[in-house]
Design a protein around this ligand. Structure first.
Ligand SMILES: [Zn+2]
Length: 118
């Protein structure tokens, strides 16, 4: 996801898709090189000075909520950033669950949804 940090908020402005050809209905892997390629392309296309990587998203076809593997993955990724990262999981009933991780640890968070109609 692309966005920025504002005070203590993570603003996730865009979600870009990083296809995972090996994904199954119950597992996925975070393919760092593919993610980086998609990120670089999106940043070039969107050309917005504040935008950067703020976290990951994926969908769950069945069971809702981030798995322990999902939480571990975002915790590990957060060690590489000075600001907290966001993990957003879209469930099959079109609801979202989120986690935030900072320096390897999960953080409580509140979601504020804002839509500009696009
Ligand atoms: Zn998951």
């Amino acid at each position: 996801m692309l966005g920025w940090w504002e005070d203590d908020a993570i603003v996730a402005r865009y979600a870009i898709e990083v296809p995972d050809p090996d994904a199954t209905t119950s597992s996925w892997t975070r393919a760092d090189h593919r993610a980086q390629d998609a990120l670089d392309r999106a940043l070039a296309d969107l050309d917005h000075p504040w935008l950067g990587y703020v976290g990951d998203w994926h969908t769950h076809p069945a069971r809702c909520g981030p798995s322990s593997q999902d939480e571990q993955s975002i915790c590990n990724a957060s060690r590489g950033y000075s600001q907290p990262l966001l993990l957003l999981v879209r469930c099959n009933d079109d609801t979202f669950e989120a986690r935030s991780a900072d320096q390897g640890h999960l953080h409580p968070l509140t979601i504020h949804h804002q839509s500009d109609g696009r």
